[in-house]
Design a protein around this ligand. Structure first.
Ligand code: DAU
Length: 304
């Protein structure tokens, strides 16, 4: 199998991340550019649409790239897949469903109404709806997955867990937005990717599958687990300015994925997964170091 990665190589992309993979080639380009997208899709059997502007804090500072990449980019890919009758899988987020109360026993399912909060999540919600419309109106052979928060190697250091790991490596205290009570449903990136394979292999066309590994943790709990991994006291962190409109809690009911496709997460021990992730960032400083000062300066300008 040959895989072509189309990536705009913005601040969040790094060609080194895939350079050692056999049968994977990189094309540098923009998914919103039909001139780039069309010929690539024409020679493909399957499009897996991972590309997105993905960071909520950035979308609050400047929503425009989110509209262009997430909405116009998805539209451009869908049109190319339609013209060439190519199977399409769309990667999305649980954030399209908005948030849950901390004490609500409910979890998100594929029938939860869309209720996104941020410029980021609203553009992902819009992209999901485009995919659904292309299935219904044009018969596009597409599936959608909505996954919870990923952690693991190769995650950009603007994200919560790698930001705190690289802070701790640098002797900086972790930064917790607000009180740290917000809950995220953590899943290892390899489990996410295995679920995407399962949906590509066996998912029903037109269906949406939620991906999650029952990994709910408050942000405070995550910071304290990281502090423990570094042998630091559990109160050795700073509270910083909260994110405007900060979603309280996400939680995924992945029973459809489990029951229909037999998928199970393999990384079920979060502490162990975090320890391996810490090791990866310790061993791969060359990969993240060039971005660290810029990311921290950007957060500092927002009081975070
Ligand atoms: O739920 C899936 C989503 O998870 C994905 O669709 C997004 O692309 C991904 O960025 C992530 O969104 P979040 O906004 O939940 O992730 P983030 O890593 O930015 O933050 C996780 C939580 O940690 C959130 O409650 C905000 C908080 N936080 C974040 C940072 C960067 C802090 O307390 N301190 C921080 O320094």
């Amino acid at each position: 199998m040959d895989i072509t990665v189309l990536d705009a190589l913005t601040y969040a992309g790094d060609a080194r991340s895939i350079q050692d993979l056999a049968s994977v080639s990189l094309v540098e380009g923009d998914i919103a550019d039909a001139g780039v997208v069309d010929p690539l899709v024409a020679e493909s059997d399957l499009v897996v649409h991972f590309a997105a502007e993905s960071h909520n804090d950035n979308s609050l500072n400047d929503p425009s790239p989110f509209v262009r990449t997430n909405i116009v980019g998805t539209f451009t890919l869908l049109e190319a897949a339609r013209r060439n009758d190519v199977r399409f899988h769309h990667i999305s987020t649980d954030e399209v469903y908005g948030d849950l109360e901390l004490d609500d026993p409910a979890k998100f399912t594929a029938s939860t109404p869309y209720n996104p909060s941020s410029p980021y999540s609203s553009t992902k919600a819009g992209s999901d709806l485009l995919v659904r419309a292309w299935v219904r109106s044009f018969g596009l052979r597409a599936t959608i997955s909505n996954c919870s928060n990923n952690y693991g190697p190769y995650q950009h250091i603007e994200k919560f867990i790698p930001r705190q790991i690289t802070n701790l490596i640098d002797g900086i205290r972790p930064r917790l937005y607000g009180a740290g009570a917000n809950v995220r449903d953590w899943i290892h990136v390899d489990d996410h990717n295995r679920a995407v394979w399962a949906i590509i292999d066996g998912g029903r066309i037109g269906e949406t599958y939620l991906i999650g590994a029952d990994g709910e943790k408050s942000n405070l709990e995550v910071v304290q687990e990281l502090l423990a991994a570094f042998g630091r006291p559990e109160d050795d962190f700073d509270h910083v300015t909260d994110r405007p409109g900060h979603d309280l809690r996400y939680a995924i009911d992945a029973s459809k994925l489990r029951d229909e496709l037999g998928w199970r997460p393999q990384h079920t021990d979060f502490q162990d997964g975090l320890a391996h992730t810490v090791d990866w960032y310790r061993s791969n400083e060359d990969w993240w170091r060039p971005e660290k000062a810029r990311v921290e300066a950007s957060y500092a300008s927002q009081g975070q």
